[in-house]
Design a protein around this ligand. Structure first.
Ligand code: ADP
Length: 487
């Protein structure tokens, strides 16, 4: 059974019980009140009649002063009958006589049981009658039987009307409320149906861009839909990230194999050449003098060595990036920046370069500490300095530092070949090399990717300003901690 029907059934059931209880209570109260009132009226009049009952001359019972009390009875819509057991005579009030009514009288032997209030049907009319013995004064002997009754037809009619009003009213309320309840339950369940449909659609296909349209209030269902949509958005985000990561991984593998193939081809070519020269008998050797052969061989060995170095550099870079991909980080300490940079600046003097190498005022960094790893920070600095040297055939490469809003900026500026603006977003991608660098300078296109990863792990950022033919400036920003010297 659907929730919708179950809700309606519960709701209707509770309403039915409530209406039933309410109707019974109303009916019971009105019934009780009507008959209580009637009974007390009859009883009152009965008590008033008893003292005015006398034995008439013929030995039967009568009223004294009969007319007035009778009149009062009739005004009160009561019907009075006396019966004398001795001579079996019956005296009726005028209203009874005129209408030809009379109450039946039980035989004396059963009369005692019959005393009290009784419902009677007289000539097809309903009556409530109070009846009891009449005793003779003084001797207290049973003499007669007095019956005072009231017509209950009107009360019965009223009660019957009340019954039908309560019944039809309750039935109509129940039908209307159940229909309305079913409609409301369907309306409020509709968004849930939509959620289920959307979930089903996603489960069947792979379309994560599905969202549930809802412009209702922010109630439980509104919040459920919001949560569901949020969940879908996040899942879609994760899925896209995963797809991107997978695509990047594939690109990386294909670029890496391509990059490794080039040195391997050179190595194989040179090995084949050496094999040709030296493996066979001297008669099979090319017709070249010994000195030239030696020169060719030394050159081939040199090529092999260079390519082997290039491969091992490439492999170590790839290893670093593979570690980065597994989310591996490194241990960090409080590092005093000034001595670290001074050391790098000193060692940079020995790097191959054509440009001049200058540094700004590093004393600014006195007492400046960053949370970082010494080796990795040095690696970052070398990547930018080596790039500066590589891409500056003449002019100047410069390193200086700035402090700004709790960050230290290490600025590498050169007057080298620079880059086009549209190349800048790609230079941190793996294996990316700007067009003018390819073939002109040696490189793997991995340096800046590694630098970016190291900077990210240090909570820093990097800024690039460059213009083709005019040079480039890279600023590495790192968060500063001003810790006192440790010693
Ligand atoms: P690699 O230098 O091995 O090619 P990098 O990742 O270090 O790889 O750099 C990516 C590319 O960014 C380089 O190929 C080059 O085109 C460009 N680039 C990096 N630094 C500079 C620079 N200082 N001046 C001009 N171009 C640069």
């Amino acid at each position: 059974m659907s929730i919708r029907l179950r809700l309606t059934a519960w709701y209707s059931g509770i309403l039915f019980i409530t209406l039933l209880a309410f109707s019974l209570a109303v009916y019971g109260f009105v019934h009780l009140y009507t008959y209580d009132e009637l009974k007390s009226r009859i009883q009152q009049q009965y008590n008033k009649i008893i003292p005015v009952i006398t034995i008439l001359e013929d030995g039967s019972l009568g009223f004294s002063p009969d007319r007035t009390s009778q009149k009062r009875m009739e005004d009160a819509d009561l019907y009075v009958q006396t019966y004398t057991f001795k001579n079996q005579s019956t005296l009726l009030s005028d209203n009874m006589r005129l209408r030809g009514l009379h109450f039946d009288v039980p035989p004396l032997s059963k009369a005692e049981k019959e005393s009290g209030f009784k419902m009677k049907n007289v000539g097809g009319y309903p009556f409530l009658v109070y009846q009891d013995f009449v005793y003779t004064e003084g001797t207290n002997e049973i003499y007669g039987w007095l019956q005072v009754g009231a017509y209950t037809g009107t009360a019965e009619e009223t009660l019957a009307r009340l019954r039908s009003v309560l019944f039809t009213g309750s039935l109509a309320t129940l039908i209307i409320a159940s229909t309305l309840g079913l409609f409301l339950a369907r309306k409020s369940m509709k968004p849930i149906q939509t959620v289920a449909d959307a979930a089903n659609q996603i489960q069947k296909g792979t379309d994560l861009s599905v969202r549930i349209e809802y412009d209702g209030p922010q109630d439980e269902i509104g919040r459920l839909i919001d949560t569901f949509n949020g969940m879908l958005e996040r899942t879609e985000g994760f899925y896209k990230e995963l797809e991107d990561a997978y695509a990047a991984q594939r690109r990386f593998v294909s670029d890496a194999s391509h990059e490794l193939r080039t040195p391997l081809t050179t190595i194989r070519g040179n090995v084949d050449l050496l094999h040709k020269i030296w493996a066979g008998s001297p008669s099979e050797r090319p017709n070249i003098d010994e000195e030239t052969l030696k020169e060719i061989s030394v050159e081939a060995v040199g090529d092999i060595s260079d390519e082997a170095k290039r491969m091992s550099r490439l492999l170590s870079d790839m290893l670093s990036l593979a570690r980065a991909d597994t989310g591996q980080t490194f241990e960090k300490d409080q590092i005093a920046l000034q001595p670290l940079i001074e050391e790098v600046v000193r060692r940079a003097n020995f790097l191959p370069r054509k440009a001049e190498w200058h540094t700004g005022d590093l004393s600014l960094l006195n007492g400046v500490y960053v949370e970082g790893n010494r080796d990795y920070l040095q690696q970052v600095l070398f990547i930018f300095i080596e790039n500066g040297f590589k891409y500056t055939p003449e002019g100047e490469v410069r390193l200086d530092v700035v402090l700004y809003k709790g960050q230290v900026g290490i600025r590498f500026s050169d007057t080298g070949i620079g880059m086009d603006k549209d190349e800048v977003p790609h230079i941190f991608e793996r294996f990316y090399r700007a067009d003018q660098s390819r073939g002109v300078t040696e490189g793997t296109g991995l340096g800046l990717s590694i630098a970016k990863w190291i900077i990210d792990v240090h909570g820093g950022s990097v800024e690039v300003v460059t213009r083709r033919g005019e040079g480039s400036t890279f600023i590495v920003w790192l968060p500063v901690i001003f810790a006192p010297p440790l010693e």
